[in-house]
Ligand binder design. Sequence first.
Ligand code: SF4
Length: 494
Amino acid sequence: MVRTQLQRARDGEITDAMERVAEREQVDPRYVREQVADGQAVIPANVHHDALDPMVIGREFATKVNANIGNSETTSDRSGELEKLHAAVHHGADTVMDLSTGDDLDAIREANVAHSPVPVGTVPIYEALTRVDGPADLTHERLLSVVEKQAEQGVDYVTLHAGVRMEHLPLTDDRTTGIVSRGGSILAQWMEENAMENPLYANFDDYCDVLVEHDVTVSLGDGLRPGSLADASDAAQYAELETLGELTAHAQDRGVQVMVEGPGHVPMDEIRENVERQQAVCDGAPFYVLGPLVTDVAPGYDHITSAIGATEAARHGAAMLCYVTPKEHLGLPEAEDVRDGLAAYRIAAHAADVANDRPGARDWDDALSEARYDFDWRRQFDLALDGDRARDYHDQTLPGDNYKDARFCSMCGVEFCSMRIDQDARAVADGEMTDEREHTDLAASDAAVVNRPPVGQHDTSRVPDLPADVDERTTVGDDADVDTDADAEVERGD
Ligand code: SF4
């Protein structure tokens, strides 16, 4: 019989996954066990996910980032999805959610799980809906069978919008943007047409039984999250949160690992209250937030509007950030959008970790700043969060190899390069001072792995080779080889 990480932690056991997580976070394994046992952290690790390199999600650990991938009924196939998975892992996703709603759902999901060193999440109601004519035709039995099948396929966590209840629906009537969660809107329609309570709520124990059987973590979805600033922090959102608090305790009592999803669109000045309220209501269960977007006026740039909110949320205790791409509200993201969204969110997560004084988090910044002041362009590119882009931008105007040793770039030009002027003024030209300066030793840093370059560091030794029809060159660019010694045994997630 499978015992979940939560059950084993409560029994006092330090599992292999906890040991591995402790190594990646640079903490004592006993601390990981305590956090999991208390429900303050989760290790999404389905027992059937052979390629997984375990990771932890919790407010006391480095902030994590999720990337959504998946096809729609109009776009992408299995090869395209594997390219997105490859790009997501390469660019630093700590987990991926397969939100496919188009063709070949099982083949895509099975391929994603087989090739993913990071936890894979899903929203099972999406698949369930593809099997019927409309939301009203869904049944508890069909939903449960989909959850069961996906658990057997090795999915590590599932979003269940079990907190949307009939009594909450009237609270959304006066909203500007109604119900914007796909799962929330499907379930609302089901409840209205069938005049019955949400089947995920009414039969929650049945789902818990399946989740425990495979150690699938539940991510309690926020089906009533606000879809605009106008609807943020309203009665519907907070009524659902109360139910999520109730379900958190219930699932944990049954041995299920739990995290809780959050908004959405929230003005900057309300984000802290949102996070602190979730932490209080859900007794510290990891908070997994989508953004939030801090303004509604910038479609095409919502990776930026939301990364601002995500930084604030993580600063105040959100444990994982679900990325948003520039295509949000506009279309299905392509591999390049995945890259842009992940860059924005790795920045948000790292900025929060620096501000929260996570051990060693600042070392990466210091090392890059030192390389910048030293005009060590190659090291600067190697250390950059997206070194390929940094190198490309630099080379657009100064492509020659000789410019990799130049004491200027094209931004200010040789005459006005302030760093060169400053060095000259301090009589430290020709590298005299920079050679002598003490440099940050990233190999000795006590930062969690996600706070050291390069991003996308996972043990990929159990990941099979990509199928021949997957063009990884279109997704990842050239590998930057950074020698941080401490990570020598860890391969890039590609
Ligand atoms: S030219 Fe300007 S931007 Fe470029 S390295 Fe010098 S100070 Fe920095």
